[in-house]
Design a protein around this ligand. Structure first.
Ligand code: ATP
Length: 202
């Protein structure tokens, strides 16, 4: 699925609604230091479900909300929307009923994050899975932030393996396996409780 446009409002330094058209081919973002280039990349990660404040260069998730400036008060929410081209119907079932898929994430102070896909409420997990399956998730190696190349060179083999798995599009399967294991453990615990009850009845 191709990214068509990114819309930001109240996200970090992008206090006013800003729209970025992502044309076909390679996209470069240029500008002076501190103008918000990295914030754009972070907005992309964030709308795809990034939940680690460190990955967003913040102390807490609410740090993505515009914190105010000398002439402007802080905002109460931040919103990022990513419009995807789904004309080839590559989105997974449940997201695949139109040519365009718009994913919106909004965070409100003291309330938290909420996600929408084509205006319908969805869970964070659904969005994370959508992008993990499309190999473009929040941790995707396709998004290269500053300093990441040297981190990669110095990374331990296990960390490098995770990057290769993300690129191969199998990280969604790992998440599903983990969830299946949790369910299995829960079922085993229930079974042993049933055994105890049966023993007491015998
Ligand atoms: P460089 O080229 O130096 O890496 P850059 O263009 O990548 O810079 P960013 O790091 O994206 O710039 O943007 C940094 C700017 O964003 C800083 O001016 C910082 O004050 C501002 N900023 C970050 N978080 C917030 C926030 N929550 N509210 C307001 N401004 C913010």
């Amino acid at each position: 699925m191709r990214f068509d446009r990114l819309r930001l409002s109240g996200f970090k330094s992008f206090v006013d609604p800003t729209e970025l058209v992502i044309a076909e081919g390679l996209t470069g973002v240029v500008g002076p230091n501190g103008c918000g280039k990295s914030n754009l990349l972070e907005a992309l990660r964030w709308v795809m479900g990034e939940n680690r404040p460190t990955a967003m260069r913040g102390g807490g998730m609410e740090d993505v909300i515009f914190a105010g400036a000398a002439t402007r008060p802080a905002r109460n929410f931040a919103e990022v929307s990513l419009v995807l081209d789904n004309s080839e119907r590559l989105a997974p079932a449940g997201f695949n009923d139109s040519d365009q898929l718009e994913v919106v994430r909004r965070i409100t102070r003291d309330v938290g994050s909420a996600y929408k896909a084509n205006a319908k409420d969805v869970r964070a997990r659904d969005i994370q899975m959508l992008f993990a399956d499309a190999s473009t998730g929040a941790h995707s190696p396709a998004l290269v932030r500053q300093g990441q190349i040297s981190e990669l060179i110095n990374a331990r083999p296990q960390a490098r393996r995770r990057i290769l798995e993300e690129a191969a599009g199998i990280s969604g399967l790992y998440q599903r396996r983990h969830e299946a294991e949790l369910k299995l453990n829960g079922a085993e615990a229930n079974l042993s409780r049933v055994d105890d009850v049966l023993e007491q009845l015998a």
